[in-house]
Structures are given as structure tokens and as C-alpha cells.
Design a protein around this ligand. Structure first.
Ligand code: 3HC
Length: 344
């Protein structure tokens, strides 16, 4: 029913757990001879941190992984807004776990970015000063409890569709981080669907609340996949090069179509209407046709003119400043431990 599960409980969560880490590190060591990038990419093998890589490959990965990490931690805010107002203790506990997962995803991804030679403090500084982006989707407000459901169902659903192929990304640390992220996103998508499933079987007002949330989150969720593959924006886009490097495995439009095809039957099951009069099954294509996306809105939000851009960054900077003492304490503790070990 959910369609985008990524759960195989027998699979190890990451290379370390699966005992494959030594093999991976061995490969990284033996390949650290300054060559082989093109051959590895052509053979669809993983690039590891010690491998030589073109500067532009490194820069593209830093840009994408940093933007992804920023999205995870900024993405804590819209739903964090509902933790104190969740309708039951059970919903509150689930939502708290979910928001904490997003923080964890940010940490895996900042760690993956650091293997490329950048420092996370520098990346956070770029986020705070608007020099790096985060996903457009998190600039929309969460007005009702049903928004927590719509985010899980649609936003996390879109995130999984985009991120499962990243588990096969050519850069090892990013690909490995994505495996665990996708497993957790799968739970997030289910809990969102479950919130809406409950609301649509509730009172008329609850059903209307679910419909209103679906109306507001549908189009922004489609925009999450990024600009279209054709037209003016595509000329300055990164897809072609990123696909040649095995960073992206599918184009933005291909993933968007897969998401729509997966989600329409789920909306039907929920008894919700998706706010697109042009949505219809195309027998010939074997896909759902859909209406025009408002790309002006997407670029406006990216330029900082969404409903919540300012609030999100202000909140993020305040949280960072308020947490300074924790970072200082952790650093002091680590220094002390290092000194102790040096003496011993
Ligand atoms: N929001 C903000 N910026 C976006 C965007 C979006 N939804 N989609 C594209 N862009 C930006 C790109 O960063 C790029 O900007 P730049 O040229 O100034 O650097 C420009 O628009 C052109 O887009 P491209 O398609 O050429 O860019 P990419 O090749 O990087 O593809 C992407 C965009 C598909 C989002 C890709 O970067 C990607 O797959 N990233 C990893 C996944 C990710 O970041 N997801 C964010 C959501 S995370 C999340 O939802 C958390 C979950 O828990 C809810």
C-alpha cells in the first residue's frame, strides 16, 4: 500500500554493521594512488575519500550533501512546531522520534560532507548567511495538525523517492549514509499516512482539515524534485553532469513522475482529492498526466521570498547561538580526554 518502503530487516544498516567496512577501507587505501577516477565511474564502482577525484566532482558533492544536510535540520522546524500540540501522548512520542531522526540525518550528512575536506562549522556558517540552500519545501507553514500528516505522506514520500537512488550514488560515504536515512524516512512516510488515515475516518471537520493540508502540500512537494529537465533552467542545472558522475541516477522529471504515479493511488485510498484538474491516467504513456507546475513560485521561494524563509533561518541561527555552550563543553571534554590518553 505505501509503495515506497525501503525496509529489508535482514540487511545491515551500514558498512560498519555489515562487516563490510574493512573491505571498503582496504579498497580506499589501495586506490589512493592518485588515479582511476574515470575507470571507477565507468565501472560503476564507488569513489572513496582517499581516491583522487576532479575538483568539480568534489564541489558538486559538497554542494549537494551540504544542501541535503541543511534540509534535514531545517526540516525539523515545521513539524517541531506541532510537538507540544500533538493530539495524544502516542502521537507526541512518535513525532518527537521523527524530528530527532531528522537531526540524526543531518549529522550523518555533515559527517559525509566532512570526508570531502570541509568543516561542518563552515557549512553551517554558509547556511546561516544564505550562501548555501536548503530544500524549498521547508519554507511553507504548518497551519494545522493535518500538516504533520501531509508532510510525512507527501514530503517524506517525495524525499524517499529522491533518496533511494542516492544509496547507489558513486560517492561511498554519501551512499552509505543514505541507506539508513531511507529506512527511517520510510517510517516517517508511514506515520504521516497514518495521521491522515485517522483524520479522514474522523469527523467532517477532521476530513476537511486533511483535504486542506493535501491541497497546500501537493504542489510544493512536486517542486522538491527540482527544476524541470528541459527549458531555460535546465541549461544552468547540474543533472547531466551529476548523472554522468553517478551522483544522480535519475533526472528530476523522472523522479517527479514516479512520485506522482505512486502517490495518486494512495490519495484515492485516503479518499482525498489532489488539487490538479489535469491529473488523469494516460494509458498510452502508462503514467499519470499532471498540470503545469508554478515554477515562478519555486524560484521565488529559493530567492528567499517564501512564507517562512526568514523565520526558518532566524530560528536556526538562534538555536545555534543558544547551543554554543554545548559545543564548547563537548570540545573541552574531548580535549581533556585526549590529554589523558596522551599521558597514559
Ligand atoms: N530546494 C532548493 N533548491 C533546489 C531544489 C529544492 N527543492 N531543487 C533544486 N534546487 C536548486 C539546486 O540546488 C540548484 O541550485 P544551484 O545551481 O544554485 O546550486 C538549482 O536549483 C538547479 O537544480 P538541479 O536540479 O540542477 O540541482 P541538483 O542536481 O543538485 O538536484 C536535487 C537537486 C534533486 C534536490 C538534488 O540536489 C538532490 O537529490 N539532493 C539530495 C536530496 C535533498 O537534498 N533533499 C532535500 C529534502 S530532504 C528532506 O526532505 C528531509 C526529509 O526528512 C523530509
Amino acid at each position: 500500500m505505501y509503495g515506497n518502503d525501503f525496509v529489508d530487516p535482514d540487511e545491515p544498516l551500514n558498512a560498519a554493521e555489515g562487516g563490510a567496512l574493512d573491505e571498503v577501507l582496504d579498497q580506499a587505501t589501495t586506490r589512493g594512488d592518485g588515479g582511476g577516477f574515470d575507470e571507477l565511474i565507468a565501472a560503476d564502482k564507488r569513489i572513496e575519500p582517499r581516491d583522487a577525484m576532479p575538483d568539480d566532482y568534489r564541489k558538486t558533492l559538497i554542494r549537494q550533501i551540504a544542501q541535503h544536510a541543511h534540509s534535514e535540520i531545517i526540516g525539523m522546524q515545521p513539524e517541531g512546531n506541532w510537538i507540544t500540540r500533538a493530539p495524544s501522548l502516542r502521537r507526541k512520542a512518535i513525532l518527537m522520534a521523527k524530528v530527532q531522526d531528522e537531526a540524526g540525518h543531518g549529522l550523518y550528512l555533515y559527517s559525509a560532507a566532512e570526508t570531502l575536506g570541509v568543516d561542518r562549522a563552515e557549512l553551517l556558517d554558509k547556511l546561516h548567511s544564505g550562501r548555501q540552500k536548503y530544500s524549498s519545501i521547508f519554507n511553507y507553514p504548518t497551519l494545522t495538525w493535518a500538516d504533520a500528516g501531509a508532510i510525512g505522506w507527501l514530503v517524506d514520500g517525495a524525499a524517499i523517492m529522491n533518496q533511494v537512488p542516492l544509496c547507489r550514488c558513486s560517492y561511498g560515504p554519501y551512499a552509505r549514509a543514505m541507506i539508513r536515512v531511507c529506512k527511517e524516512e520510510s517510517f516517517h512516510q508511514r506515520q504521516g499516512f497514518d495521521i491522515l488515515w485517522t483524520l479522514v475516518r474522523g469527523t467532517e471537520r477532521q476530513k476537511a482539515m486533511a483535504q486542506d493540508a493535501a491541497n497546500r502540500w501537493w504542489w510544493p512537494s512536486l517542486m522538491m524534485f527540482g527544476p524541470p529537465d528541459t527549458g531555460e533552467a535546465a541549461k544552468s542545472g547540474h543533472t547531466e553532469q551529476s548523472m554522468a558522475w553517478g551522483i544522480k541516477r535519475f533526472s528530476n522529471d523522472d523522479l517527479r513522475q514516479k512520485f506522482i504515479d505512486m502517490t495518486v493511488p494512495q490519495a484515492q485510498k485516503l479518499g482525498l482529492t489532489l488539487p490538479d484538474p489535469d491529473l488523469r491516467w494516460n494509458e498510452e504513456r502508462g503514467h499519470w498526466d499532471f498540470g503545469e507546475i508554478d515554477w515562478d513560485e519555486f524560484w521565488r521561494v529559493l530567492r528567499g521570498d517564501g512564507a517562512c524563509n526568514q523565520q526558518r533561518i532566524e530560528h536556526r541561527v538562534a538555536a545555534h547561538d543558544n547551543g554554543a555552550w554545548v559545543r564548547e563543553a563537548a570540545t573541552a571534554y574531548a580535549d581533556k580526554q585526549a590529554q589523558k590518553e596522551a599521558v597514559a
